[in-house]
Ligand binder design. Structure first.
Ligand SMILES: [Zn+2]
Length: 159
């Protein structure tokens, strides 16, 4: 167990290659244990007025709570906020990680606030819309050409 551990680290998302910061501290360190023991001692003295063995139970509860907090904070920071890629899920199952990114994309593609972020998924969304617009224009032009041909082929009645 280290005395101090680094809190943040800079890294790149493995999927969208965006530079980002994530929590590097995965577990409680010695400083947290010492601070928790002081807290448990203070609470024990405040509540019981003297040293009490129930303070050890409090200490264990505080350590468990702080470990849960630190680990869940680290776990939440591993997921990329811009593309939804989770490297831990990818290690277990690449298909599940791809499904998560797809779900993130579908969920956020309709949110206008997400379009203001610097997510690389916005570029994909923009290309997708551009393709859809191109297809719609192409269909419109084809319908117009068909209409022009049919009108030129049908004989017009002369007065
Ligand atoms: Zn990413």
């Amino acid at each position: 167990m280290k005395l101090f551990s680094r809190l943040h680290e800079r890294c790149f998302c493995a999927f969208c290659k965006t530079p980002r910061r994530m929590y590097a501290k995965k577990h409680v360190d010695l400083t947290n244990v010492v601070a928790t023991s002081f807290l448990a001692t203070a609470v024990t003295y405040a509540y019981f007025g003297q040293p009490d063995p129930r303070g050890l139970v409090l200490f264990c509860l505080f350590i468990i709570a702080s470990e849960i907090f630190v680990y869940s904070r680290w776990r939440n920071s591993t997921v990329c906020k811009l593309c939804g890629f989770d490297p831990l899920i990818y290690k277990r199952s690449p298909a599940a990680a791809a499904a998560k990114v797809r779900e993130f994309f579908v969920k956020n593609s309709s949110d206008p606030r997400f379009h203001l972020t610097r997510s690389p998924l916005n570029e994909i969304q923009r290309l997708k819309r551009k393709g859809e617009r191109k297809q719609a224009d192409l269909k419109f032009m084809q319908a117009k050409m068909v209409a022009a041909r049919t009108s030129s082929l049908t004989p017009t009645k002369s007065p």
